[in-house]
Ligand binder design. Structure first.
Ligand SMILES: CC(C)(COP(=O)(O)OP(=O)(O)OC[C@H]1O[C@@H](n2cnc3c(N)ncnc32)[C@H](O)[C@@H]1OP(=O)(O)O)[C@@H](O)C(=O)NCCC(=O)NCCS
Length: 328
């Protein structure tokens, strides 16, 4: 008997309407459009208005997904919500999304894995479906990255945007869907990318605000170096371990942190440009939302078709990194 596998049956994405071009930063920081575009590949990003949280972006992405699939929210039985910017400490954004969406028969939880929020959530959701216990799992990646931006730090504030993406996983008896997945963490890399305030170590206080502990701290060069090596290695590993060659890959959907990281990883994988999905130019790094929004856009534009061999891969704070091999 064929193994019960998890296939993506619908996708959705949503970005808040406010567009912030690179010229916004030129107005008050020592930076310019040319530096940002050539060093990161980003031209613009979307920001939420005050009061809009991760679950609000997620609910829009999920509504679009449900409409495409033609089912009601009550059919969903699981929600895995990848995010590092949940609406609040608790309840989880998965609970808030469940309520806003009306997914009355779903249980769910948040998954915190930095920029690997979607890859880890997708893997978890797929295993829930493979287990036989769940039939319709929503896997969401949504982040309001403006939550943690220090708008006076030119090294980081130009990089991130807000957005959400989602996929629906359902069972299949055929040899399709998630074929394999490889995930890693290495906590010794935590010191290179973190937000120290607001947790149990440094609960929010006047001092933590004064010390600027509620914004992202990143050693960009260190993260950059590790991201290229680890993303490429794990993506190649998941392909070759399953008896495929890199030439068999129809589409590579990498996390969107920096165009130079994406190009270096694609080069190490010997993939031509046509096989790599990129949306960082329009949206920046949206953390957990990058891969599901790219998948949605690839489906919508016809670049991703049934039967394609797809590799998703990411690297993020933790360090976390991972890759999944998917027969679409
Ligand atoms: C942050 C990042 C874009 C910086 O690009 P870089 O080419 O590595 O630049 P460097 O860090 O080497 O800095 C080069 C110079 O540019 C400066 N610089 C940084 N940001 C700048 C900006 N927005 N505008 C102009 N100059 C800038 C630096 O201050 C530095 O100046 P110095 O040499 O006088 O100190 C890049 O390291 C990166 O993308 N890192 C990974 C980010 C990431 O993936 N994060 C999320 C985890 S998934």
């Amino acid at each position: 008997m064929e193994k019960r596998r998890a296939v993506v049956t619908a996708t959705g994405s949503y970005f808040p309407p406010k567009i912030v071009p690179n010229s916004f930063f030129e107005g008050y920081l020592d930076t310019n459009d040319e530096w940002i575009r050539t060093r990161t590949g980003i031209s613009e990003r979307h920001y939420v208005e005050k009061g809009v949280a991760s679950s609000d972006l997620a609910v829009e992405a999920c509504k679009r997904l449900l409409k495409k699939r033609g089912i009601g929210p009550e059919e969903i039985d699981g929600i895995v919500f990848g995010t590092v910017t949940p609406d609040m400490m608790y309840p989880s954004s998965a609970c808030l999304l469940q309520d806003k969406l009306g997914a009355t028969n779903a249980y769910g939880f948040d998954l915190s894995a930095g920029c690997c929020g979607f890859v880890f959530s997708y893997t978890t959701g797929a295993m829930m479906v493979e287990s036989g216990r769940y039939d319709k799992v929503l896997v969401v990646g949504a982040d309001v990255c403006t939550t943690f931006l220090d708008m006076n730090d030119r090294n980081t504030c130009i990089l991130f945007g807000d957005g959400a993406g989602a996929v629906l996983l359902e069972p299949s008896g055929k040899d399709e869907g998630m074929l394999d997945t490889i995930q890693h963490v290495d906590g010794s890399g935590g010191k290179f990318l973190y937000m120290a305030g607001g947790g149990s170590l440094n609960p929010t206080s006047a001092e933590t605000v004064e010390q600027n502990l509620h914004t992202v701290h990143q050693e960009g060069r260190e993260v950059f170096k590790h991201a290229i090596m680890k993303m490429a290695d794990v993506a190649v590993e998941v392909v070759e371990k399953n008896g495929f060659s890199l030439e068999d890959v129809d589409l590579f959907v990498p996390h969107q942190a920096n165009i130079r990281i994406i190009e270096s990883v694609a080069k190490r994988m010997k993939l031509p440009k046509e096989k790599v999905i990129i949306n960082i130019d329009k949206f920046g790094n949206t953390t957990a939302a990058t891969i599901p929004s790219c998948l949605d856009q690839a489906v919508e534009t016809g670049r991703l078709k049934k039967g394609d061999l797809v590799v998703i891969a990411s690297f993020g704070a933790g360090f976390t990194w991972g890759s999944a091999l998917i027969r679409w």
